[in-house]
Design a protein around this ligand. Structure first.
Ligand SMILES: Cc1cc2nc3c(=O)[nH]c(=O)nc-3n(C[C@H](O)[C@H](O)[C@H](O)COP(=O)(O)OP(=O)(O)OC[C@H]3O[C@@H](n4cnc5c(N)ncnc54)[C@H](O)[C@@H]3O)c2cc1C
Length: 378
């Protein structure tokens, strides 16, 4: 595998670097999720104005038709510039690409533009109290009502629902059909009284995600994506897109965090401490392994047209290494790393969720065991 960028990729990177150099996102708000989200929304508007909101989208939908490698470069460079992820990341990475595969022309015309400009924020209403890893066990149901649907049920852990106009909802439309077959994928308007958003407070003190209580919410027939009863397949498209590209942003963030921790250790004279130096060295190796495995995954997509199970390996290693890094910060900084509201205190608490969101470590291990190592199903 050749990691050298082609001329076109280098030109893409240089153009983006130039743009980022004159479009500094400004200081990251450290306290409160609302100001943080507003900062990201503002940055997305600037990306949009500069034509950079979704380089991976085709040109006809407002993107740049970027290749997978260019898309990886985009996320790496955002991370390197310490710029935030665009506020509408779920619309840009999951919703838009799902519409491009399954949506009608009318749906694409209606929804794609406001995703790009951050005018309409999207959220993902998949998980339920009894359906997370086993998503097909979901119980939210939708029944026909004239020329539309009435949806009733509960969703949980819905990130950014408090800002969202649209929610990607998977609901059961046929209670008699097999678990995976009676599902339909809808776009639900969040701005109706039948949808209640209740924030869930995380241990970081923030409310990044929410519970959704849905009591007969109305969804027009034209907001069914991919046809009635086809929800499982459409949801898989959304999930396949969940990690594409984002991994490159996250691994650059981990690299920066590690570099910052090395600086903290150096400032305290701790690089001479064998135990600390050894742990930092091990994390350096892990960070490089995550980066190279992410590129190997990219090469697999370019060759075979779809992501291989390596994606699960990258996410598992990334969340594991991040948790170790945040833990090591408490040894380097001592009590300072435990102060509520401090940067390292936040990292320590937030890192716990990394091994749950986007697929738990146990589920990822199952995938690696079955599909990479060829072990029998558990
Ligand atoms: C920060 C964060 C943001 C999130 N944002 C969203 C969002 O925007 N939208 C959304 O829909 N969801 C979201 N989620 C939910 C996330 O997708 C689920 O938490 C995740 O899929 C796990 O589901 P669960 O919480 O129901 O746990 P469960 O599936 O109940 O799992 C409980 C435990 O059992 C283990 N387990 C389950 N099945 C198996 C098995 N077959 N083999 C071995 N072990 C198993 C799991 O690994 C876990 O340790 C978010 C979660 C977090 C932490």
């Amino acid at each position: 595998m050749d990691l050298t960028f082609s001329e076109r990729e280098t030109a893409f990177r240089d153009e983006l670097r130039e743009w980022l150099a004159v479009n500094d996102p400004g200081p990251e708000p450290l306290h409160g999720f609302d100001p943080h989200f507003a900062w990201r929304r503002d940055f997305q508007r600037r990306l949009y104005a500069g034509g950079w909101a979704a380089p991976h989208w085709p040109r006809e939908h407002g993107g740049r038709g970027a290749t997978l490698t260019e898309s990886a470069i985009f996320f790496e460079e955002l991370g390197r510039a310490r710029a935030p992820l665009p506020a509408n990341v779920l619309g840009l990475l999951l919703g838009g690409p799902t519409l491009m595969v399954w949506g009608t022309e009318e749906q694409r015309d209606r929804f794609l533009g406001p995703i790009l400009s951050a005018e309409e924020i999207w959220c993902q209403g998949f998980s339920e109290p009894q359906a997370g890893s086993d998503l097909a066990a979901l119980k939210t149901r939708a029944v026909r009502d004239g020329d539309g649907w009435l949806v009733t049920g509960q969703k949980v852990w819905t990130s950014a629902a408090q800002y969202a106009k649209w929610c990607m909802v998977v609901a059961r439309t046929d209670a008699e059909a097999e678990k995976h077959k009676g599902l339909t994928y809808f776009l639900m308007d969040m701005e109706q009284p039948e949808v209640q958003v209740r924030p869930l407070r995380q241990m970081t003190g923030e409310s990044e995600f929410n519970e959704l209580f849905i009591e007969g919410a109305r969804i027009a027939d034209e907001n069914v994506i991919g046809g009635v009863g086809n929800g499982w397949k459409v949801a898989l498209t959304t999930l396949m897109n969940e990690r594409a590209g984002l991994g490159f942003f996250l691994q650059v963030r981990m690299r920066q965090l590690l570099d910052d921790l090395i600086d903290e250790a150096a400032a305290r004279g701790l690089l001479d401490d064998d135990v600390i130096a050894d742990a930092l060295g091990a994390l350096h190796v892990k960070t490089e392994v995550v980066r190279l495995t992410a590129y190997r995954g990219l090469a697999a997509v370019e060759r075979y047209g779809q992501p291989g199970p390596e994606g699960s390996l990258t996410k598992w290693m990334w969340s594991d290494a991040n948790q170790q890094l945040a833990q090591l910060a408490t040894r380097v900084l001592g009590a300072e790393a435990l102060v509520a509201g401090s940067r390292w205190g936040y990292e320590l608490l937030r890192a716990r969720g990394y091994s749950i969101e986007g697929g738990t470590t146990e589920i990822l291990k199952n995938i690696v065991a079955e599909r990479v190592l060829g072990l029998p199903r558990g």
